[in-house]
Write a protein of this length. Structure first.
Length: 268
């Protein structure tokens, strides 16, 4: 699966730039899902959704499309991560499996002030369930403090088999080490003066990198913190989202990258 998309689907400046003028708000998810292969849902970070909501989203997206869900802030924005068990369980039990096969990775995002504490972070990773209602769950973590730029963090993630998010951004650490069986990247440099958000050259470069990741390798031009991952050569699922920067250009960037990858819905 190569999931390429955007953050959410409701953004007023997309009306007339991505969405056709006059498109009903209720049709926006279906329209976006027909043109992208994934969407990262930010709303789950701020509030608990209902099983009915997850079923509705699933019904509006085509087969092969997946939703990445951002884990709730009440689980990650705390002093002691080891005490997040009840919060993690409440989120998992909120109805996320109603997405069925359209449930993609769960993203656990940490505040820029959260420093690396190996024992506490390991305890948090141990709290993340690997299945719910008979469906496998996959987790990724996004860290935003430079203290995580240590081989000990990479080794910890590899022991748990959890990917670290690669952030293409100015203000957050860039960690491209592969630590799980899929890759999760958040590209945050869309520019408004670029019709496709990223330049053609940059999109070509990202298409090459995604191809390397998907083929089981590691791009040789991105920063790593630890030693190279094991060269297993097995294909990996990849999830790439255009987030932040000039958000109005994010859909165009995602569509342009998908075009370079030749990746249709559910592409392998």
């Amino acid at each position: 699966m190569i999931g390429v998309g955007i953050g959410g689907w409701t953004f007023e400046p997309w009306c007339g730039t991505f969405y056709p003028a006059g498109l009903a708000r209720a049709r926006e998810l279906a329209y976006a899902a027909e043109r992208l292969t994934s969407i990262e849902v930010n709303g789950t970070f701020y509030r608990t959704q209902t099983p009915q909501t997850f079923r509705k989203w699933a019904a509006e997206a085509p087969d092969g499309f997946v939703f990445s869900l951002k884990g709730p802030r009440y689980a990650t924005n705390r002093t002691r991560l080891a005490e997040a068990g009840a919060s993690v369980a409440r989120f998992v039990e909120s109805g996320i499996t109603e997405l069925g096969a359209k449930l993609g990775p769960i993203l656990w995002q940490f505040a820029p002030t959260k420093r690396f504490d190996e024992e506490d972070f390991s305890a948090f990773l141990a709290l993340l369930p690997r299945e719910a209602d008979g469906r496998a769950l996959r987790h990724a973590v996004e860290v935003r403090h430079d203290s995580f730029c240590t081989p000990a963090f990479i080794a910890l993630l590899r022991r748990h088999g959890v990917p670290v998010v690669y952030a293409d951004a100015d203000k957050f650490p860039a960690i491209a080490d592969t630590t799980g069986d899929f890759v999760y990247a958040r590209l945050q440099r869309c520019a408004e003066d670029e019709p496709t958000g990223y330049s053609a050259e940059a999109l070509d470069l990202w298409a090459r990198r995604v191809g390397v990741w998907a083929g089981g390798g590691e791009p040789d031009d991105l920063p790593r913190v630890g030693p190279p991952g094991a060269a297993h050569g097995k294909p990996r699922d990849c999830f790439v989202y255009f987030i932040a920067g000039a958000k109005v250009r994010a859909p165009a960037a995602a569509v342009a990258l998908l075009g370079r990858l030749g990746a249709g819905i559910g592409s392998t």
